[in-house]
Design a binder for this molecule. Structure first.
Ligand code: LRH
Length: 493
């Protein structure tokens, strides 16, 4: 039986059809599209109507190809949202989580109600763009949006609403807001009251796999499709990606590698402790009653921003050529903490990397290869640090690291990650989020018994590349230097 998965990342989206037969899972890309944020004045928005249009385009291609999926689901990046007014229409264009209007609000909120209280109630890591701080910022600036709002929907909830007319909040994405209390299993009233938004805006969060409507008749009519049931999947893309990790062992470490790098392990319960708060780990809700104890790492965003900058400056370079240059650039010449707040907003990344290296008394990388090398080595070194913390917090030792997501196409990064952590890396599948999205649909239909049966099928259907650690002593020396340098740098952890 086939199912349709839409997976929207911060840079691009795709519609992928999954088919399950005797040979296992087969996937076919139906549509791929850009997701380009739009700046108006000082504000940064998602082009949500364009995204809805692309979702409809995907359905048109489904029709043209004569496919009849039995269900469909949408996942996307977390934390961002839209608000509906009294007439059920979207108020304004959703903001992008990197919009600078949210700067500084986290610190104020955490002083006022204390970080401890926020963490105890949600178990979610402190990231300045969490929905909690976005809403608090809008409240503080007396945004007219909040005066008119009657309903709150996360991005996949909203796109699903456009398709079905049903406004429903989904659990995994709800947990990314830092407004959802996993212990009580509901939106946190105290936090909502503190930021001054009505609890009426929020519906009970439904679990991945729930049926939440079907394509509106007007859409079916326009495209010429029979109604397709729309399911809530693990609508947070990281939740879908981790559902697709082809692990055989119950306790495993993963790295979902894309614009962001999300590293951690899967547990049955959130770990809400002084130590997890101290290390700023998160406990995001996942598929099948799981929680992800993980940490955000800035990820390939830094490299992507450099590439966009070079493109603007007329020095565009292909990914392949850049990685070839990185490979031959001097090793470990310029190391930095990718999670320094400096690298969060969009803008002149190459300059910021140079600034960081200057401040920490290192070689300042000038050419494209040296900059790319600095980024990839620094990421690989940060992965080691976060993996060690994951082991410490979960009181487990991992035999290797599963990497999923588009970032695994960067073989240099996979190899350097193995070198840095001193353990094997198992890379695959690249379309982790879309495949995890499908897996939840197949669990909902009873095709798979549970997430473990789905993982077994994923493991048997998609290639996994293994990277063995190399150059151990050079990487161990670099790690010692990395730790010294990142302690020196301002604004880290
Ligand atoms: C990755 C991701 C991550 C969030 C960020 C906003 O795509 O969903 O889990 O922290 O985007």
């Amino acid at each position: 039986m086939s199912v349709l998965a839409y997976d929207l990342g911060a840079g691009s989206g795709r519609a992928i059809l999954g088919h399950l037969n005797d040979r296992g899972i087969e996937t076919r890309e139906i549509h791929r599209f850009k997701n380009e944020p739009v700046k108006t004045g000082d504000r940064m928005h998602w082009d949500i109507l364009r995204l809805h249009h692309e979702v409809l385009q995907g359905l048109t291609f489904i029709k043209q190809q004569g496919e009849v999926p039995e269900s469909m689901g949408i996942d996307s990046w977390g934390v961002d949202f839209g608000l509906l007014g009294s007439n059920g229409e979207l108020l304004g264009n959703p903001y992008h989580y990197r919009d600078t209007q949210f700067n500084g609000v986290m610190d104020t909120v955490c002083q006022e109600i204390t970080a401890k209280r926020v963490f105890e109630r949600t178990g979610i890591q402190f990231l300045p763009f969490n929905t909690l701080y976005q809403l608090a910022a809008l409240k503080r600036s007396a945004s007219p949006l909040l005066r008119e709002a009657e309903r709150f929907l996360m991005i996949p909830d909203l796109l699903r609403y456009f398709l079905t007319g049903e406004a429903v909040n989904e659990f995994t994405n709800a947990t990314t807001t830092q407004l959802y209390n996993p212990v009580l299993g509901q939106w946190d009233r105290e936090l909502l009251a503190y930021i001054g938004v009505s609890e009426q805006w929020f519906g009970d969060a439904v679990l991945p796999g729930s049926a939440v409507g079907q394509l509106r008749s007007s859409i079916c009519h326009d495209i010429g499709l029979a109604p397709i049931p729309v399911l809530a999947v693990a609508e947070h893309d990281t939740g879908s990606a981790v559902a697709a990790v082809p692990a055989t062992e119950r306790s495993f470490a993963y790295l979902s590698c894309g614009t962001w790098s999300l590293m951690g392990t899967e547990l049955d319960q959130p770990v809400i402790s002084a130590e997890s708060m101290e290390l700023n780990f998160t406990n995001e809700g996942g598929a099948g009653g799981t929680y992800r104890l993980l940490k955000n790492i800035m990820g390939l965003w830094i490299l992507q921003e450099c590439m966009r900058q070079w493109e603007r400056e007329g020095q565009g370079i292909s990914y392949g050529s850049l990685l070839a240059k990185a490979e031959t650039a001097p090793a470990f010449a310029s190391l930095f903490d990718p999670d320094d707040a400096l690298f969060l907003p969009s803008g002149n990344m190459t300059e910021r990397i140079r600034q960081y290296c200057q401040k920490t008394g290192q070689r300042v990388p000038e050419d494209q290869g040296s900059i790319a090398r600095a980024i990839l080595e620094s990421l690989a070194l940060k992965y080691r640090r976060v993996l060690e913390w994951t082991e410490q917090l979960s009181e487990k030792t991992f035999g290797g690291l599963h990497m999923v997501g588009g970032g695994i196409q960067n073989e240099l990064l996979c190899q350097w990650t193995a070198n840095s952590i001193g353990k094997p890396v198992w890379a695959g599948p690249a379309e982790g989020s879309a495949i995890g999205n499908m897996a939840v649909q197949w669990i909902a239909s009873g095709t798979f018994k549970d997430i473990w049966e789905a993982r077994r099928a994923i493991r048997d259907s998609f290639p996994v590349s293994e990277y063995e650690p190399q150059d151990r002593s050079a990487w161990a020396d670099a790690y010692e230097r990395f730790l010294r340098i990142t302690v020196l740098s301002p604004g880290t952890e």
